[in-house]
Design a protein around this ligand. Structure first.
Ligand code: 13P
Length: 264
């Protein structure tokens, strides 16, 4: 283990749902209404990252609750001729707290590169958003034994020019691509090994103090059954949840497991 186990309590535990392209505004309201009482006493930070068209209604539904609302992407320019895009300033203006950047589905299907991820991260930070930066290896990269190289490269490029001060608003989500939507979860040991390695990369870039304070989530088929084991690990400080975040009781059960994993 790279860092003292005591450092676990220096970090905020964050459970974020990534709803992906699911839930109409009416369905989003219903899900949030169901979720609200179930997570009202949570010690962990609870976030719902919803489709763009759901943001307004989700912010209303979550007003005066402990649920924070996030978007799933943003563009790097503040405004301009970028048909179909949404700027970080627009998100901030309507009351969004978080934005997911660099999800593997965006890298895989929409040509997202580490360079564009970095530009989006910088823009989101400049607009005052908290950013969940996603990294993770493909199955064949793991099989070729280059997981660490892939992760180190993503961390370095995606966070290029991000200052130590800005790191306070960065969350890293480790999402092995082979575990997303496949029902194939990384073992708790695999998740811990890579999350620990990510922290080591952050320590190299920013020093021990900054690295110890960054929340590192695991994502990839995390659910109400496996969350406790994953979240018990020292460097797994939360989860980015896809499928299970669409069912209020399952998501709430993950939040409970997260609460149980922290001592603050
Ligand atoms: P699943 O939990 O559906 O595997 O999705 C994980 C994910 O991609 C979260 O961003």
């Amino acid at each position: 283990m790279l860092l003292d186990a005591l450092t676990r309590d220096m970090r905020k535990t964050i459970i974020a749902g990534n709803w992906k392209m699911n839930k109409t505004p009416a369905e989003a309201t219903a899900l949030l209404e169901e979720l609200k009482p179930l997570v009202a006493d949570a010690k962990s930070e609870v976030v719902a990252c919803v489709p763009f068209v759901d943001l307004g209604i989700a912010i209303e539904a979550a007003r005066d609750t402990n649920i924070k609302i996030g978007a799933q992407n943003c563009h790097w320019e503040e405004s301009g001729a970028y048909t179909g895009e949404i700027s970080a300033a627009m998100l901030k203006d309507i009351g969004v707290d978080y934005v997911v950047i660099g999800h593997s589905e965006r890298r895989q299907y929409f040509g997202e590169t580490d360079e564009t991820v970095n530009k989006r991260v910088k823009a989101a930070l400049a607009a005052g958003l908290k950013v969940i930066v996603c990294v993770g290896e493909l199955l064949w990269e793991r099989e070729c034994n280059i997981t660490n190289e892939v992760i180190a490269r993503q961390i370095k490029l995606d966070l290029w020019d991000v200052t130590p001060e800005e790191m306070k608003n960065i969350v890293i989500a480790y999402e092995p691509v082979w575990a997303i939507g496949t029902g194939k979860t990384a073992t708790a040991e695999q998740a811990e090994e890579v999350c620990d390695f990510i922290r080591m990369c952050l320590k190299t870039l920013y020093g021990l103090e900054v690295a110890s304070a960054v929340t590192i989530q695991y994502g990839g088929s995390m659910n109400d059954q496996n969350a406790a084991e994953l979240l018990a690990k020292t460097n797994v400080d939360g989860g980015l949840i896809g499928g299970a975040s669409l069912v209020a009781e399952k998501f709430a059960a993950i939040v409970k497991a997260a609460d149980a994993s922290t001592t603050y």
